[in-house]
Design a protein around this ligand. Structure first.
Ligand SMILES: *Cc1c(COP(=O)(O)O)cnc(C)c1O
Length: 372
């Protein structure tokens, strides 16, 4: 009897658990010195760019849109294949989401399709790096420059990923990361936003905490409408412990991904009809190892049969435009055929820091048994 392998699982080491205990005993458990230290280390990693932390990755994107002044009457282009947060934040600020279909090979937004839907009302693009795989970043920013668009990178899954040797987040416009429990590094829940300058960082701090613009002995003032989005020192202590392991985590995931390809072999796609992700080991952090199932195998059937082999399978993601709320905005089946095909058949296989190469070999055996 094998132990059950989930598709994802956080690994928190004893030193990090002890650091959380220290925070709990310190008498200061909300935002404090650990948050400041985490932001400082993240900023150094992102080439000295300003960084602010938050209590989710979702709110970092909403706040970036607010800083950019995007709202009613503005259009924001994004992908239908993401966690629904990516499109929800556009609605949250009162703007209009415009989807562009995906490239079925990378499963990321297709930049040709992005160019085709730009209008005079388009103000921003929110690209998503699914499974941690970046876009063609040169082309993305060339399109943004040509049409004077802001970019809010949904790099929720892409910490540790890079483009031409530069870490994602160390260049570009707004870059948002999530530290939710399943991400490559976690704070249990949380996120951070990389910004362009100190003026944006100051605004981010206000949106993060009720718009407070000044506080001191002589009283406080509020000059914009902010919310309650600050990270706690408890979360930051977890983040610091995780962040120290980022390069090991990324290297391990790349090794596991290679093991998947090597074990499945060059004929796997031809033999099973399944579609593997691009075999690329420099840019992506391998947040997920995703397979598009052949049309003959439904996802529920696949998940059930893999479970019989004690292998957990994740599902990232259902096409956003087909959710009821988005259908009510006028989106419907047939609008984004690639997203609909991939969204129907995509599955995420086990991929996490404590997974071993032997585990991967076992998952591949189950895959062979289930897909024939
Ligand atoms: C995790 C994730 C988010 C949301 O992050 P939270 O921290 O859960 O708010 C957004 N987009 C993508 C692509 C994600 O994977």
């Amino acid at each position: 009897m094998n132990t059950f392998l989930p598709f994802s699982k956080p690994t928190i080491d004893e030193a990090t658990i002890a650091a959380v205990g220290d925070v709990l005993r310190s008498g200061w458990i909300t935002s404090g010195p650990k948050v400041a230290e985490f932001e400082k280390q993240l900023s150094a990693y992102f080439g000295g760019r300003p960084v602010r932390t938050f209590n989710s990755g979702t709110c970092t994107m909403e706040i970036a849109l607010r800083i950019a002044g995007i709202g009613e009457g503005d259009e924001v282009i994004t992908t239908p294949i993401s966690w629904v947060a990516t499109a929800n934040v556009i609605l949250e600020v009162g703007a209009t989401p415009v989807f562009a279909d995906i490239d079925p090979v990378t499963r990321n937004i297709d930049l040709d399709k992005v160019e085709a839907v730009i209008t005079p009302r388009t103000k921003a693009i929110i690209p998503v790096y699914l499974a941690g795989k970046p876009l063609d970043m040169d082309r993305l920013y060339a399109i943004a420059a040509k049409h004077k668009l802001r970019v809010v990178e949904d790099a929720a899954q892409a910490i540790g990923s890079s483009w031409k040797g530069k870490p994602i987040g160390s260049f570009g416009d707004f870059v948002s990361f999530s530290f939710q429990a399943n991400k490559n590094i976690t704070t249990s829940e949380g996120g951070c936003l990389v910004l362009n300058n100190e003026a944006e960082a100051t605004l981010a701090e206000k949106f993060r905490l009720q718009g407070v613009s000044r506080s001191g002995w002589d009283g406080i003032d509020v000059d914009v409408l902010g919310g309650k989005y600050n990270m706690t020192d408890i979360a930051a202590a977890i983040g610091l412990g995780q962040f120290a392991q980022l390069s090991d985590i990324t290297a391990h995931r790349r090794k596991l991904a290679k093991r998947y390809f090597d074990t499945l072999g060059p004929d796997f796609e031809a033999q099973t009809g399944a579609i593997l992700p691009p075999a690329e080991f420099n840019d992506t952090n391998w947040h997920l190892f995703q397979l598009e199932l052949p049309a003959r195998m439904t996802r529920p059937e696949f998940m059930k049969r893999m479970k019989e082999h004690d292998v957990g399978v994740g599902f990232h993601y259902a096409p956003i435009h087909l959710f009821t709320m988005y259908r009510e905005l006028g989106f419907k089946e047939g609008m984004f055929p690639m997203a609909e095909r991939v969204g129907k058949q995509i599955v995420s296989l086990p991929m996490f820091y404590s997974l071993t190469e032997a585990d991967v070999v076992r998952v591949c055996g189950a895959l062979r048994a289930v897909l024939g």
